[in-house]
Write a protein that binds this ligand. Structure first.
Ligand SMILES: Cc1ncc(COP(=O)(O)O)c(C=O)c1O
Length: 445
């Protein structure tokens, strides 16, 4: 366990004076397009606590956006990184390779869903992994069109902006976007016009009809989907929708890509969220939780697809950096040794009932959803109205921040409070965080 004390402590207002000084330096030195959710500058972190430069100890319900699942500076990761930095920091795998890269690919091939022959390739960021998954799918099928969904988030590079659904802030003013990307309806139970029961079937019918009429199945290289949507609002597709889409892809020779960048590596209580409905994707993209905070991403998939690309067609200078690979191997070992799938289920068992109780008390909570340690509440106007309530969402989040709880928001309508605690967080911190959320609702709802 971390040496960082596992309790909340507020020594100053949030953000404190030292953080405010640093934020002034940020304004002068950093491009303003790079935003910060909570301008509290961090000095140390571990377990479920972030320690800031003013000595405040904040409860972490964000994990740096689902990255530090094994905890910040997790002991095995620290040791592996130290050892690797001492040995060598870079050769470029495409020039002179090293074993750590192979071991990460072997682990990915073993852990991702399906027992078929697989290959992996490593990259630096989630967006880069998504770009490469699309490259593989197009090359292997000889087709160009890609289908993404409403509320999707796949990154901020040109192709991934095209795949991402939300304009502000991700796409606004940054076009033109990559072509041959088409959007289909997501089976979003809470907002499905005829209700959640009919959602999977009707959304699938709309998807099939739209792709057939507007794109043509034989032109489609890939369908890409987040098994639980992340930035779009932690939307859990209606049960049955994703298996139907995956089957339909198989029938039409279309590559089914599961973007598990946010939902993967024990976050939802399974190694990958696809497993919950027994889905076996053709390609899986991973990043975030995989490497304990070091930048590493991957595409893993069917050997015949991955190997369809000519030598030199995939890669990059830093992709699969040895330090990041050492961190990933240590993080994966931690997930196994500490049963972090079990930990994610424990977090769900603590949080979900309390969030559901809050929804009974506060009618501004329109929906409570998610799995494992990927949970959210969707805030609405209340009094029977399901109109999104982004203003209240911002107020509640700001109130949590003032009390030393790091919360994140999400959603196409900016009205989702999402919770992504590190999987190693203790129950006492989880409950204290929930107390803070409850008090914020009592004060503002
Ligand atoms: C599902 C999903 N795909 C892709 C990305 C992009 O990853 P990165 O920010 O590492 O480029 C993200 C990041 O939030 C994500 O959640």
């Amino acid at each position: 366990m971390s040496t960082v004390p596992q309790h909340r402590l507020l020594r100053t207002e949030i953000p404190g004076p030292r953080s405010q000084e640093l934020q002034a330096r940020k304004r002068a030195a950093v491009a303003s397009g790079v935003g910060t959710t909570l301008p509290v500058y961090i000095e140390r972190a571990g377990g479920g606590i972030l320690v800031d430069v003013d000595g405040n100890q904040l409860i972490d319900f964000g994990s740096g956006i689902a990255v530090t699942s094994v905890g910040n500076s997790a002991p095995r990761v620290v040791e592996a990184v130290r050892d690797q930095v001492g040995d060598f920091t870079h050769t470029c795998f495409m020039v002179t390779p090293y074993e750590e890269y192979l071991a990460v690919c072997e682990a990915l091939n073993e852990l991702t869903p399906g027992t078929h022959a697989k290959r992996s390739a490593l990259f630096n960021s989630g967006a880069e992994a998504v770009e490469n998954a699309i490259k593989v799918a197009r090359h292997a099928t000889g087709r160009t069109a890609v289908i993404a969904f409403d509320h999707a988030y796949h990154g901020r590079t040109n192709l991934t902006m095209a795949l991402t659904a939300k304009s502000m802030p991700y796409k606004h003013g940054f076009g033109p976007f990559a072509g041959e990307v088409y959007r289909a309806p997501m089976a979003y139970p809470y907002r499905w016009p005829t209700g959640p029961e009919r959602c999977a079937e009707e959304a699938f019918a709309a998807f099939v009809e739209q792709v057939h009429a507007q794109v043509g199945e034989t032109n489609v290289a890939a369908v890409i989907v987040e098994p639980i949507q992340g930035e779009g609002g932690f939307i859990v597709p209606a049960p049955g929708f994703l298996p139907k889409v995956a089957d339909w892809c198989r029938q039409h020779g279309i590559v089914f890509i599961a973007d598990e960048i946010q939902s993967g590596f024990c976050r939802t209580g399974d190694w990958f969220a696809s497993e919950h409905e027994g889905i076996v994707p053709d390609l899986v993209t991973t990043a975030k939780g995989m490497a304990g905070g070091l930048p590493l991403a991957a595409v893993t998939g069917r050997a015949e697809l991955m190997d369809a690309v000519h030598g030199g067609g995939l890669g990059g200078t830093y992709g699969g950096n040895p330090v990041a690979c050492a961190a990933a191997l240590a993080a994966i070992e931690t997930m196994r040794a500490e049963d972090l799938n079990g930990a994610a289920k424990r977090i769900e068992a603590v949080m979900l009932p309390r969030l559901r109780d809050l929804a009974v008390t506060y009618d501004v909570i329109g929906d409570v959803r998610g799995r494992g340690a990927m949970l959210a509440v969707e805030l609405v106007q209340g009094n029977g109205s399901t109109q999104p309530n982004p203003a209240l969402t911002a107020q509640i989040s700001a109130a949590c921040h003032r009390e030393g709880l790091v919360t994140l928001t999400a959603g196409t309508f900016g009205n989702v409070l999402r919770f992504l605690p590190p999987l190693v967080i203790g129950d006492d911190l989880l409950n204290e965080g929930l107390d803070i959320i409850e008090a914020a609702l009592a004060a503002h709802a």
